[in-house]
Design a protein around this ligand. Sequence first.
Ligand SMILES: Cc1cc2nc3c(=O)[nH]c(=O)nc-3n(C[C@H](O)[C@H](O)[C@H](O)COP(=O)(O)O)c2cc1C
Length: 321
Amino acid sequence: MSLPVYFAPLEGVTDTVYRQVHHAHFGGPVKYFIPFISPTQNLVLTPRERKNVDPQANAGFYAVPQVLAKNAGHFIWAANLLHDLGYEEINLNAGCPSGTVTAKGKGAGLLQRPQELSWLLDEIFAHTPVRVSVKTRIGFSSPEEFDALLEIYSRYPIHELIIHPRTREEYYKGSVHRDVYAAAEARTRLPLVYNGDLFTPQACRALEQAHPKTRALMLGRGMLANPALAQTYAGGAPLSRETLRAFHDDLLSAYQEAYPSSVVLGRMREVAKNIACCFEGAEKPLKAARKASSMAAYQDAVTRLFEDYALSANPCFSARS
Ligand SMILES: Cc1cc2nc3c(=O)[nH]c(=O)nc-3n(C[C@H](O)[C@H](O)[C@H](O)COP(=O)(O)O)c2cc1C
């Protein structure tokens, strides 16, 4: 039996169109996390945020909106709005490492001031009408911070604690601190979800066996590189050239319906970059797709890629791709 898989929120990539098209083509994720909305003083969502959490745009699968906030009033305002839209679960972002975010004390910035984090959680759990999960890193500067942070988290009825075992300062570099995750598993009764560097079905299986108290796995970059990763881990069909091509082509059509051509090209170049690992020896057409300055050039490169190159035996995210 495999663990349930959640599709991680990936701001700028897993937008409404991507989530819908992924769900139509591949099985696997039982939850799709929506990239963060970030409420500000004036308490209005941007048009882009509104679109991202529109229930119609997330129909057909279980979607979890995420909120980036350090101000309890802002979080609770967003929680009420999302509850009114029909969501029963929302996620607090305590992991975003971006300097512009942490400078405002949000995302992983919350981990720098544990006392303030605790006050925020007091307010959230006193006033939020829906289930709240938290996606966290293990510290701001050092993994040693996690003991105290976990002690705080464990005081609240957090629906799920999703742990990415790196500090803010590590961004996505180096290895994940699996020992810190193991220690957390031994110390808390909160339901834990593991996130970080799981790029193959074998890696998911090994995690599940090494950490038996884990309730679910959250997969991010591995899913962008191989969109059938969760499906394969769950015992379903591995990626094939045909399924990847059908996914790619539907994604392109859906973006063309939703966005102007300049935006579509940017999105698809990113898609080409993400699926680069799926082909072996295809540097030339992949480079052409990633650098294409017109849709015709992009389409031409993709046709060459799918017609002339074989799929890798084990498509897997690599930091170089
Ligand atoms: C381009 C990009 C955008 C991301 N956007 C978000 C986001 O909106 N919210 C969030 O909590 N994490 C975000 N993350 C972090 C991922 O959700 C995930 O935690 C990270 O990629 C590690 O998991 P992985 O090793 O499976 O990729 C983002 C990561 C990347 C690379």
